[in-house]
Design a protein. Structure first.
Length: 259
């Protein structure tokens, strides 16, 4: 049985009202740009997201809402174009203590006269520039007691004492005192005391067996120097000038005579 036309109009009107109500209720959202997926380039540009927290993307049509978490950049970060802070250059700290700048080491109990110390500092500076190593000073200014100890070590190690010293007569006098004490089997302390007595007597006569006694000599350790480092040292002595270098083997060292 066919319905009459007037009975269809109310249904059409209700359908139209329902469509308008659904549209007004916000069930259909405006189009939004989909999130960027790996391997796909975005097709729709979107404005930067200013809000903080959770944001929702609603695709076109009646699709489910997709939840995405977006963390905005901190406002405390430096601008991308800002230059990084400059780093302080590494350098050796300056010191008011002149010992900080010395390129040589004094063994305990070693003293140098000012003129000798100046020459040693110059030679050590040249040596450090050439090798990057410091010099070790094993002997400086000596009193008669220290000179006696040094010569006792030379005698004990069998060094050619007469060949080491210019004043052969003074060297023989000291050697005779050593040989006499050795023949009577005196202990080392007595031998050194006998040598010191002879050296003091020579100084009283104006005779100095060694320049160490007149604050004009210094000994530099060389037993740990390579041949190249020895050449660098002797080149430094020549460059500074006013110094005579003599290599001694017992014990190994360079004896520097300061003019």
């Amino acid at each position: 049985m066919l319905r009459s036309r007037p009975s269809l109009l109310p249904r059409a009107r209700r359908a139209a009202v329902l469509v308008l109500a659904l549209a007004a209720g916000g069930c259909v959202s405006r189009a939004a740009a989909p999130p960027e997926l790996p391997g796909r380039s975005p097709t729709v540009s979107r404005a930067p997201i200013e809000q903080v927290g959770l944001n929702f993307w609603v695709p076109d049509g009646p699709a489910a809402r997709v939840l995405s978490l977006q963390v905005p950049e901190s406002d405390e970060d430096e601008p991308s174009g800002a230059a990084p802070p400059a780093l302080a250059p590494s350098r050796r700290a300056a010191s008011a203590d002149p010992d900080e700048e010395r390129r040589y080491v004094l063994l305990p109990g070693i003293a140098l006269a000012p003129a000798v110390e100046e020459k040693v500092a110059e030679i050590a500076s040249v040596y450090f520039r050439r090798t990057g190593k410091e010099l070790v000073v094993t002997s400086g200014t000596r009193d008669p007691a220290r000179q006696a100890e040094a010569m006792h070590e030379l005698f004990r190690h069998g060094a050619d004492v007469l060949g080491l010293y210019k004043d052969k007569a003074a060297a023989r006098e000291i050697m005779s005192a050593y040989e006499e004490g050795l023949s009577t089997e005196q202990p080392p302390e007595s031998l050194i005391a006998a040598l010191e007595q002879v050296i003091r007597a020579q100084i009283d006569r104006g005779v100095f067996i060694s320049a160490h006694l007149r604050e004009g000599a210094v000994d530099i350790r060389n037993r740990d120097m390579t041949p190249a480092e020895k050449r660098a040292f002797l080149d430094g002595v020549e460059e500074v000038g006013g110094v005579l270098a003599l290599e001694e083997s017992r014990p190994p060292h360079y004896h520097l005579q300061i003019d």
